[in-house]
Design a protein around this ligand. Structure first.
Ligand code: ZN
Length: 155
């Protein structure tokens, strides 16, 4: 699998991280599938109501609304535009997924009632107000978590 952020989304993410300061924020990742297994993030939701890392939680209603809005914008072309996963920031420590992050994502893809067979976790941290540290992990039912390859060229 290959993943990456478009330059527009990187800019949006930097702005959100700057205004959040030391507060942890996160949301959902929405992607366009460019080729089988090749996904670029074309939109993301920003949940501004989360607090510290320990208290970070998804807000199901807000996420439902963001998902619906994305599907409406992309004319319900689900095979091309779809939910890719989750993102959040680690403003004060390394972007490595925590044990809790791994457990939460594994539960998301292994839950019998969940329709999600795979999901990506992106953790970001802004350093020196500009440099964006990123860690990407793919969680897939029946597989160990792994790191996707970056998309180096957009064409
Ligand atoms: Zn985390």
């Amino acid at each position: 699998m290959q993943t990456g952020l478009t330059p527009e989304i990187e800019t949006k993410l930097r702005k959100a991280l700057r205004s959040a300061g030391r507060r942890e924020i996160g949301g959902m990742l929405f992607a366009e599938q460019l080729a089988p297994g090749k996904f670029r993030v074309v939109d993301l939701s920003v949940d501004r109501h989360s607090g510290s890392h320990a208290s970070f939680r998804r807000d199901p209603t807000a996420h439902e609304q963001a998902l619906k809005a994305f599907f409406d914008r992309t004319n319900r072309d689900f095979s091309r535009f779809n939910y890719l996963g989750e993102w959040h920031s680690h403003p004060s420590f390394s972007v490595r997924p925590s044990a809790e992050d791994v457990a939460t994502m594994s539960e998301l893809v292994t839950n019998e009632r969940s329709a999600i067979a795979f999901a990506v976790l992106l953790i970001v941290r802004l350093r020196f107000r500009f440099w964006l540290d990123q860690s990407w992990t793919v969680f897939e039912r029946g597989h160990s978590p792994r790191t996707p390859k970056p998309i180096l060229r957009w064409i």
